[in-house]
Ligand binder design. Sequence first.
Ligand SMILES: Nc1ncnc2c1ncn2[C@@H]1O[C@H](COP(=O)(O)OP(=O)(O)OP(=O)(O)O)[C@@H](O)[C@H]1O
Length: 665
Amino acid sequence: MACKEQNTNLHLCLNTSTIALSFLLLLILQHKPFLFFSLLDFQKYIGDEVRVDKWQELGFEKKMVGTANNGRMRHAFSVVNGEQEVGLNSAPPSNAGSEYGGFEFTREDVYALLCERMKYKNKFNYKERCENMMDYIKRLRLCIKWFQELEGSYLFEQEKLQNALDFAESRCAEMDLIVKNKEEELNLIIVELRKSLASLQEKLSKEESEKLAAMDSLAREKEARLTVEKSQASLSEELGKIQGELQNANQRITSVSDMYKLLQEYNSSLQLYNSKLQTDLDTAHENVKRGEKEKAAIVENLSTLGGQYMTLQDQFNSCKASVNDAAKQKDALVKEVASVRAELQQVREDRDQLQLQVQTLTTEVVNCEELVVKSNELKERCVSQSNQLKTLQDQLDAAQNKLRVSDLSAFEAKTEFEAQKKLICELQNRLEDAELKIVEGETLRKKLHNTILELKGNIRVFCRVRPLLPEDSPGADGKDVSYPTTTEALGRGIDLTQNGQKYSFTFDKVFMPDSTQEDVFVEISQLVQSALDGYKVCIFAYGQTGSGKTYTMMGKPGNLEQKGLIPRSLEQIFQTRQSLQSQGWKYEMQVSMLEIYNETIRDLLSTKDSSRTEYGSNGKQYAIKHDANGNTHVSDLTVVDVCSSREVAFLLDQASHSRLVMFRI
Ligand SMILES: Nc1ncnc2c1ncn2[C@@H]1O[C@H](COP(=O)(O)OP(=O)(O)OP(=O)(O)O)[C@@H](O)[C@H]1O
């Protein structure tokens, strides 16, 4: 698997060759090109001797056995056979504890520490060398602890800054949104208010003109009312006068009628008197007759009676004259009654006219009253419209106040927005600084991590003993294997007894049968990190058939608890890739898988059907090549770009089907 940016390789290999060893070995080779393990005769390396020539053939002999790496590189299998300092070096840095707190390192200190060369008075004084090394390791741990704390604080600060930045940005965005919304709202309100103001002003001017017109009409009506009232008063006066006259006329009519009655009575009395005179005349006539008779008788007395007759004639003439006078008086009275009647008629007509006038005046008064009611209504309308105008004016004032307040709040929001912007700029600058520091720290951490791994040993050999399986032969009850409990060999040693003879071996670590996949991966994960840091790493499993290589490297399919080193390493790689992407790192992953069987290379990811071809003869010539940079690759090998552990899992599955020697799962 290769990381393009840093051009590093992590090789996870699984050997399938059958070698008579009852346990599995995990060889970890850092800074090594590529390891072709199937060529190795592992048994030849057991013991104190190391087949240097064989390793040289593989292209990494110098680094393994030489002193090129500052004298810190150790003999591959001297580790296997035990040296005390391994135990000290192999303690994981996480066990460092808090005893290192309080120290501070500058970058120069760290570089000086990393570049420090050991000076020995006596090259073979191992105790002194060991003490020096211990001291150096202690300082390195101190430095690492300091660095981890520093990195932690940087990360914490970065996270804090990121959070603050996110918060500020979100607040800013929120404020922006609020300001925009408010602005829009206010603009809408302003537009509405302007509209309502215009309509109100229009209404106001209309109302005012209406009010003026109403006031004019009111004044006119008032004037008309006054004139009507005046005319009503004069008419009332006239009416009073006429009524007075009417009364006078009525009185006169009554007096005239009284007189008429009197005259009628007088007339009747005159008629009575006339009739009496007539009767008197009749009696006189009778008397005349009797007189004539008597004339005859009295002719003698004529002379005397003639005188009497003359006086009676006079009396009769005066009575006739008085009757004529009475008739004349009666005619005059009749005439007077007729004139009085005419006058009365005139007065009645006048009265009717006056009554008509009164009626018209009354209707006018009623009209005036209606006008007064109307004018009162208009007045009320004026008052209500004035009130309406007042409330509208108040509303306008309130809206203008609101507008002013909104302007103020918008201004405040704008200033706050500016401040937030400034704060964001500051935070971004601080974030950039922190990121720079983190990058620097990361480089330093990588160097320190690698130094630690180098100190632990560039080549490490772990031994894992698998538990007995039900299908194992009844004799294999585990009595042949024991684990020494001495301090120096605890957790690192293993004793094998065969035919009564005991063989002791020491490794960097021995995983007992009850060790879990997680326990094994804890030891390996640091090397995966090293590969991610840009160093070359190779991990391979070696052991006899059924010793548990596939189980250790791949795990049990379908059982997530028991997944092996390869899926766990892939998870770590992709997780780290994910987290480092946020720091600006870019990882490109490529996968190639091959099988070496009987000294022949087979491309396991080739799309050509390998079942039809002989070993390695599928038309391609695979050759192992080393370039000037120390990179080793196999020509013509299929390389697949991957970006998730699932894709790699798929390729692993594909590769497992292409293998000649199948996994025994
Ligand atoms: N640590 C372990 N715990 C439980 N079971 C194990 C362990 N190691 C191996 N096994 C079991 O032992 C059996 C053989 O293991 P495995 O197939 O991994 O051996 P191998 O070394 O790969 O064999 P080969 O070389 O033939 O491929 C498997 O059934 C496996 O599940």
